[in-house]
Write a protein that binds this ligand. Structure first.
Ligand code: HEC
Length: 257
């Protein structure tokens, strides 16, 4: 009896895990719902009430699937049902997806008045030309590279006693600070658009980013006051490099972790 139960359990687990999770992936990859929203946290319940029973949104997709030849859920099918109000709560599926709530559950709907959107803007969907985190993960490499290269030049300058390298180092460090004028706004934009909560990696990232900015300025001032052979300058320089590294680490955790 136990063996039979195990077998049934394993078979159904295999069915569930192999059957429709790709639908969930298709949905999430296309719409990229805000991870802290109801929709972002939802999984199978986006289309199912109690798996395998489908909710009204799932039923609508099932109709399209039945008329397709290969039984695969496509982005095109998702788009076709955006204008409908599957769960009949007065908000179109597009409204609910934009609002980060469940399109197949009448008890879950946006709090504002129904906007009657018939499609989800492409800036939200993944075929957008603007990456999910704005341009922050791209531009962020400028200050990091400039600063670390500055540290390297400073080191070689001190060892080889070539003043020109020190001048170049200062230029790099100034460049790193200047590039923050682009990096910080893109970071704040990514934070607001992404709707990340100010906790965990996000919180550490913000604290480290703020400290990096401050420390870069202190590095520049210290060099001007104390010169590049002073211990104080090297302490600040290396501390700043470390904090920049930590900022990148926590930032990376949010993008890839
Ligand atoms: C984007 C909508 C969507 C999501 C998300 C989704 N499903 Fe489905 N699921 C469907 C549709 C539509 C069908 C019907 C497929 C067909 O007939 O080919 C289905 C069918 C199934 C079936 C087969 C049962 C039946 O009656 O045909 C199972 C089991 C299932 N889903 C499990 C899951 C599980 C588990 C998850 C979460 C990991 C999930 N689904 C997420 C839309 C979805």
């Amino acid at each position: 009896m136990l063996k039979v139960l195990c077998a049934v359990g394993m078979i159904s687990a295999a069915c569930i895990s192999s059957a429709k999770p790709p639908f969930l992936i298709t949905f999430k990859e296309y719409y990229k719902p805000n991870p802290s929203s109801v929709l972002g946290q939802a999984k199978c319940e986006i289309c199912h009430g109690q798996v395998p029973r489908r909710n009204p949104y799932g039923k609508e997709l099932k109709k399209l699937l039945d008329s397709s030849s290969d039984g695969k859920l496509t982005v095109d099918m998702l788009k076709q049902v955006e204008g409908a109000d599957s769960d009949g709560d007065g908000y179109t599926n597009a409204d609910e997806i934009i609002g980060g709530v469940l399109p197949g559950d009448p008890a879950s709907h946006p709090s504002g008045p129904a906007g009657k959107a018939t499609s989800v803007p492409v800036t939200q969907a993944s075929n957008s030309i603007i990456p999910a985190n704005g341009f922050h993960p791209i531009v962020i490499h400028f200050p990091i590279a400039l600063f670390l290269f500055g540290v390297l030049l400073e080191f070689v300058c001190l060892r080889k006693k070539v003043d020109a390298l020190g001048t170049a180092a200062v230029w790099n460090i100034h460049g790193a600070l200047a590039s923050m004028a682009i990096v910080v706004p893109t970071g704040v934009a990514a934070w607001l658009v992404g709707g990340h909560k100010l906790e965990g990696a996000m919180l550490f990232h913000m604290i480290c980013a703020g400290s990096s900015l401050l420390l870069m300025a202190v590095t520049i001032v210290t060099r001007r006051k104390a010169g590049n052979s002073s211990g104080a300058y090297w302490a600040i320089l290396l501390l700043t490099a470390l904090v920049i590294g930590a900022t990148g680490f926590f930032g990376g955790q949010m993008v890839y972790g």
